[in-house]
Design a protein around this ligand. Structure first.
Ligand code: IMP
Length: 197
């Protein structure tokens, strides 16, 4: 018991080696935590370097899948970052895109004259991103760039511009680090291939 805990009459367990109880035995780890972390720092540096000194960089996170990526990315960036969140329809429990995109939650503030970067978990067919870039471009930002942690180039149906790509991967359905299957597995610290894929 440390002196502060003793003074308050409470016991505090000092936990140094806690790991969340995730059973990953039936999943293949595709990209581990360390590689993700290193790549995100490099992406943050690239984004900073591409935007003129002193200009605000407004990051638009695509919910829900982009929330972990966004959270690590912004913590590797300078205080000139501001952020907002938008939600688009997802696949639900399917592992294939329906091709239909719907806006579920809009941004809280306007984009006119701002330097905007979309922060998305993965670009697959490219339909979601094309839709999003179109609606955000119509709001007259000063610049609009896109950062995706993952890309599956072999699945592309439309030619969409992605300025920053973390990792290009094969055509496998992946989970973890924000990505879900039926709303599960978003909290895995690494990216894994869903078993049976
Ligand atoms: P797209 O419109 O086909 O490019 O799909 C983009 C969206 O589909 C992403 O934002 C994800 O939410 C979802 N998605 C695509 N591939 C995967 C995957 O392998 N795992 C989890 N979600 C995926």
């Amino acid at each position: 018991m440390d002196s502060e805990s003793a003074r308050r009459g409470r016991t505090t367990a000092v936990v140094t080696d806690y790991r969340p109880p995730t059973d990953v035995s039936d999943m293949d780890i595709l990209i581990d935590e360390t590689r993700i972390g290193d790549r995100i720092k490099a992406m943050a540096a690239e984004i900073e370097a591409d935007h003129p000194d002193g200009d605000e960089i407004h990051l638009v996170c695509v919910l829900k899948g982009g929330f972990v990526f966004m959270s690590d990315l912004v913590r590797s960036m300078s205080p000139r970052v501001t952020m907002d969140f938008i939600a688009l329809s997802s696949y639900g429990k399917s592992t294939k895109s329906s091709g239909e995109v719907r806006l579920l939650k809009d941004l809280d503030s306007g984009l006119e004259g701002r330097r905007v970067v979309i922060v998305e978990d993965i670009v697959d067919t490219g339909l979601t991103l094309t839709y999003l870039q179109d609606i955000l471009r119509a709001r007259a930002p000063r610049s609009l760039k896109t950062a995706c942690l993952l890309s599956k180039p072999s699945r592309r149906l439309v030619d969409v511009k992605v300025d920053y790509i973390g990792f290009s991967i094969e055509d496998k359905f992946v989970i973890g680090y924000g990505l879900d299957y039926g709303e599960k597995y978003r909290n895995l610290a690494h990216i894994a291939v869903l078993s049976g894929e």
